[in-house]
Design a protein around this ligand. Structure first.
Ligand SMILES: C=C(O[C@H]1C=CC=C(C(=O)O)[C@@H]1O)C(=O)O
Length: 398
């Protein structure tokens, strides 16, 4: 059963956000402070429970924010904040996470980090090789499996989520996010992938799949982008995502468009992306309903969905938690935005857990896929000022 709420019995006192919820993209930024209500547990679908909560007569914003986990049967974390600010650009976002001048003046030295790859890179490559065997046998019709690996980072002081977020937000091509979780944990990231956005009857999505590391050399960077655009393997990997999203949206839309894939760039990666747009038959079908319909797409899971999810559970051997889930908001009109929770870290005290995955299809190479996950870790690691071994990065221009 899908569950879009806290476990039964959870109440407001059990969740006191340690930081604001924030979602900052190039166009619009949402900052939400405090928590008035957690979305209650129940048998109804999460979208319906959110509708009921927001239809209630109590004061406060008519909107929920939060995160959906990767596993569709794991509890989501959705709540109604006490105060919400929407603004254009990222000014209000930066202000919400800028330390007071006094704290800035007393800035402590950069933390020292210990980094462990869990699983080690060699084990990840072996898992990719096993996935390739499943794909070659076309077991249960499998065509794509997205396999991730994780890095456990331990600092010699508490991890500063706000500082990490500010560093990530410097890349204007991504949506930087901060989601306070129960028990003081915080999900911080900068995702390039829009799961779904809904305003009235208008629905958009921008799935990504197919990747190449960017280069600081302009010629090499252009060549990497052109090679990605021309890669039959990456186009196949990408098509799985677009087809799945179109298939899921089609029954709910009176118009639906998807052009040919195009290049999408972050500061560190090239991706193939497809901007999908449509018009809903029933505009009361909410952004949360849509995200639960589409999630998990083959950008983070695989295809067909169920056998891919089973292969992931068997080959990865750990719970993904909120990594590869979705983060976003939904209001009483059903409008909202949900972004794919990738390029992120879950922070708790002195620890940060990073994840990165890569889509495996026939023709994938275990070594190249391992390298792709390293390239994807780079955004978070660079923002923390370290490499994959935990060593400080050389200062730019030094
Ligand atoms: C699963 C991740 O990326 C997805 C999004 C873009 C490109 C992807 C790829 O090329 O494999 C992945 O599908 C991740 O960053 O952890």
């Amino acid at each position: 059963m899908r569950d879009g709420a806290q476990p039964a019995g959870a109440d407001r006192a059990a969740f006191a956000p340690v930081l604001p919820f924030a979602l900052g993209s190039a166009g619009e930024t949402l900052v939400a402070r405090g928590c008035l209500d957690l979305v209650p547990a129940g048998d109804a679908a999460p979208g319906e429970r959110v509708r009921r909560l927001l239809a209630g007569g109590t004061a406060g914003p008519r909107l929920v924010v939060g995160a959906l986990p990767f596993a569709v049967d794991a509890p989501a974390h959705l709540y109604r904040p006490a105060e919400v600010t929407f603004s254009t650009g990222r000014a209000c976002f930066a202000a919400a996470f800028t330390p007071p001048a006094l704290v800035k003046a007393q800035a402590s030295p950069a933390p020292r980090w210990q980094v462990s790859a869990e699983p080690p890179l060699a084990a990840y490559r072996a898992a990719v090789a096993q996935a390739l065997c499943l794909l070659a046998r076309e077991e249960e019709g499998l065509r794509k499996i997205v396999l991730s690996r994780s890095l456990k980072l331990v600092a010699d002081c508490p991890v500063e989520a706000a500082a990490l977020l500010r560093a990530l937000a410097r890349d204007e091509s991504v949506t930087a996010f901060c989601v306070p979780l129960p028990r003081g944990r915080i999900l911080v990231g900068a995702t390039p992938e829009l799961l779904v956005s809904k305003r009235g009857a208008a629905v958009t999505s921008r799935p990504l799949a197919g990747s190449a590391r960017r280069s600081s050399d302009a010629g090499e960077d252009r060549a990497a982008a052109q090679a990605l655009l021309a890669s039959a393997k990456d186009r196949r990997e990408h098509r799985e995502v677009v087809t799945a999203i179109l298939d899921q949206l089609a029954p709910h839309c009176e118009e639906l468009f998807a052009p040919e894939p195009e290049l999408a760039a972050t500061a560190s990666m090239w991706h193939l992306g497809t901007p999908i747009s449509g018009r809903l038959r029933d505009p009361s079908f909410s952004a949360l309903d849509l995200s639960l319909l589409l999630h998990p797409t083959p950008a983070v899971c695989g295809s067909p969905r169920l056998p891919a999810a089973r292969a992931i559970a068997a080959l990865e051997g750990y719970e993904r938690g909120f990594y590869a889930g979705a983060v976003g908001w939904c209001d009483a009109q059903g409008d909202g935005d949900w972004h794919v929770a990738i390029r992120c870290a879950e922070i708790a005290g002195n620890e940060a857990r990073l994840y990165a995955g890569a889509g495996i299809v026939t023709g994938s190479d275990p070594v190249a896929e391992g390298e792709e996950t390293s390239a994807k870790f780079a955004a978070l690691l660079t923002a923390l000022g370290i490499d994959e071994d935990g060593h400080p990065l050389a200062e730019e221009g030094a």
